[in-house]
Design a protein around this ligand. Structure first.
Ligand SMILES: [Zn+2]
Ligand SMILES: [Zn+2]
Ligand SMILES: [Zn+2]
Ligand SMILES: [Zn+2]
Length: 394
């Protein structure tokens, strides 16, 4: 019997899983031997005896170490993802396949699907293990209904992307609609729509798809008669469906009302702010107007002052002119006065001299009797006479 560590190394090399060497992993020697001999699943978390569920399909019976509980029918790998569209389960044999492996390997495509006796073309998954087909819309819908509410934003986008890629090549109306819806929601999520809203929208969309399918079926069955119980069941289904839908719609409406109310409040607040701004602006305008009025009255005052000064200046100028005229007149007059005074003075002087000469002559006449008798032609006497005549004529 091989040494335990050697066994662990052998198993690790054979499976390519290093975890077998980890000290915390301690499988029994028997288990290690089973794994080494492909009698037990190498996935430590699974560890089921092979073939799992005693399956006799070609894969389980011929592919060494394949476990139909945890491994992909195409790539033979396992992972720990659950509650996701990353894996597609076969409706008939329950074996699992990676969605990516199925798409890459051409296991997904259009085909006839028979349901309740009527056949329609839609997207189908062909299982590698049993070679039979499973429908995909119902499967995707189930995954979303059970798991979508617990996905975060990234998970929701990733899952919508899986669905979008599965139905990209779809040619039937339901598949096309689903593909477009996923693309639309991915865009919306990327541009900020909340994940609960996107989740509700996609779930509602699945409901609509189902309702449409039901209607189509009904129209096909319209010719057939149905039992009262069947009719009752159908009606109850439709009513339940409608109630569910109405509940979702009501929730959505409630949310919209709340949002609208918030928007209205925000608008009110904004309106109030604007009103305050307007009041402030009005006050400012009033203040400016008062300032302008004040400035205008100052300007008017200055203008009046200027007018007054000009008036005064004019008056002063006129006064100056008047004074100048007066001064001129006075100067002329004083010159005249002076001349007349001077002439008068000269007249007085002349008269005085005349008087003096006259007196002198008189005196000489009184002193001259001796001489007059002589009758001599005295030159001074002649001169004297002449002067006397001149004086008399003055
Ligand atoms: Zn199998
Ligand atoms: Zn397994
Ligand atoms: Zn795979
Ligand atoms: Zn299968």
């Amino acid at each position: 019997m091989a040494h335990r560590v050697q066994l662990e190394i052998l198993v690790a090399i054979k499976t390519g899983i290093q975890a077998f060497l980890h000290p915390s992993v301690s499988l029994s020697q028997a288990s290690l031997i089973d794994i080494f001999l492909y009698k037990r699943c190498r996935n430590i978390a699974c560890g089921s005896a092979l073939p799992s569920e005693d399956c006799t399909c070609e894969l389980c019976s011929k592919r060494n170490g394949f476990c139909n509980l945890c491994m992909c029918t195409i790539c033979n790998k396992f992972d720990f993802e659950v509650n996701t569209c990353r894996w597609i389960g076969c409706d008939l044999c329950s074996h699992w396949t990676h969605t990516d492996c199925a798409i890459r390997n051409g296991q997904i495509g259009m085909g006839p699907y028979v349901k309740n006796g009527s056949s329609s073309a839609e997207m189908l998954f062909r299982c590698r293990a049993c070679n039979r087909t499973s429908e995909l819309v119902g499967w995707v819908k189930d995954v979303f209904q059970h798991c979508a509410p617990s996905w975060d934003r990234d998970a929701l986008i990733r899952e919508l992307d899986f669905v979008s890629r599965i139905f990209r090549g779809s040619e039937d109306p339901r598949g096309r609609k689903l593909f477009w819806k996923c693309e639309e929601l991915i865009e919306k999520l990327k541009s900020g729509v909340s994940e609960p809203l996107a989740c509700k929208v996609i779930l509602m969309f699945f409901q609509e798809l189902e309702t449409d399918a039901l209607k189509n079926q009904e129209s096909e069955e319209a010719g057939r008669t149905i039992s009262p119980q069947e009719a009752f069941n159908k009606i109850s289904d439709v009513v339940q469906e409608a109630v569910k839908k109405m509940e979702i719609v009501a929730d959505e409406k409630m949310r919209m009302v709340k949002k609208a109310r918030l928007a209205v409040e925000a608008c009110d607040q904004e309106l109030k702010d604007k009103a305050r701004e307007v009041a402030a602006l009005k006050m400012e305008r009033q203040r400016k107007k008062i300032q302008i009025d004040e400035l205008e009255s100052i300007v008017r005052l200055k203008q009046a002052e200027a007018d007054m000064f000009e008036l005064k200046a004019n008056e002063a100028r006129r006064e100056a002119e008047r004074l100048q005229r007066i001064a001129l007149a006075k100067t002329e007059k004083s010159e005249e006065d002076y001349a007349s005074r001077y002439l008068k003075q000269r007249l007085h002087e002349a008269e005085a001299e005349k008087q003096y000469l006259f007196e002198k002559i008189k005196l000489q006449e009184s002193l001259r009797p001796t001489q007059s008798n002589a009758g001599t032609n005295d030159p001074s006497q002649t001169m004297y006479d002449k002067i006397q005549d001149l004086l008399k004529n003055m």
